[in-house]
Design a protein around this ligand. Sequence first.
Ligand SMILES: [Ca+2]
Ligand SMILES: [Ca+2]
Ligand SMILES: [Ca+2]
Length: 411
Amino acid sequence: MTYLKRGDRCRPFFLSQALWIVIALLSACCAEAQAAHGTTLRIATFNASLNRSTAGQLKFDLSTPFNTQARAIAQIIQRVRPDVLLINEFDYDPQGISDVLFAKNYLAIAQGDTEPINYKEHYSAAVNTGVPSGLDLNNDGRVGGPNDALGFGLFPGQYGLIVYSNLPIDHNTVRSLKNFKWSAMPGAVTPKDYYSALALQELPLSSKSHWDLPLKLETSAGTQILHFLVSHPTPPSFDGPEDRNGRRNHDEIRLWADYIDPKRAGYLIDDQGKQGGLASDDLFVIAGDLNADPFDGGSFKYAIRQLLDHPRVNREGAFGAFTPSSQGGAQFSAQQGGANAMHQGLPKFDTSDFNDRGVDAPGNLRVDYVLPSTQITICDSGVYWPKNNEKIASDHHLVWVDIALAGGTCL
Ligand SMILES: [Ca+2]
Ligand SMILES: [Ca+2]
Ligand SMILES: [Ca+2]
């Protein structure tokens, strides 16, 4: 699980013809291979906490290269150098200016001892967070505010998501499930006797959005599609005994569990009007802060196990030898104590550094995931949480997985 420096990967190797073509497209030579990693593709998820309390503030902060937190986030990205990167908690900017500013003013500028990183593409789109529902969703007798929005948020787009990629995104076939209604999911675990009939009719399942981004891999057999399935389910907390957020988190995760199973996906209709999910042989990687730990924390029925135990999800990266881990996770769990001392999950797998003290303190949890499908070979993985890392840029740590695609090898 050690983190390889970029130079370690720029060396001669043998690999399948298909992957050669992929690599050739990604980089002409090592010097230009800013985000290519030899035989493998590095895919990462990072809840970067680049959210702000007012609309436009993130754009303002990113308009100069001097924001301390954004610099720290960019430095981590420059150290790990993913080929494909999902950032959670990046306020959505309808004009896309924030997306460009972060790339230009932070990623493209060396942060200390790291090298700049440039991505060929990015993708972001509207989310449900902060969008007023016009309904009293939290049953406090009033309408308005972050708890009555379609997803918790102070303004439309807060806690959005963005993908930066060196693989081309097939923008024509992007699918989103932002508008799919929670009550339209068969067997949904909506809380009993909590939501009004109108609320059930209107409430979307996705607290932000669920995107299926088709990433194009040029191979000798033609274009192969890698479906990058990204989301950020609501935290299973900040609610009452009805556990509306825990239940929603469970079903937001279930959406992907069903989407990757042709026998279960028939009920899903995306925002583009297309029905169903992936074919049984489609390649995919599920990524995101999924806000659920397989052993600890307050998720509903250990919701993440719907994916970690899924027959189409690569077991090696879920519970096996390539489960992302770090030394910092183990160290900080021991140092911080409190709730961590009660945890069942091994702390080296933690990806988040949450509050450890007091009633209902979650402690540090494994909530951020990069989960390739079974046909994809996993070569390496990690959580970027170095020992003695006192920098606080986000309450989450970047999680990365290196993959060799179908027919390819790791070295
Ligand atoms: Ca209300
Ligand atoms: Ca903590
Ligand atoms: Ca833990």
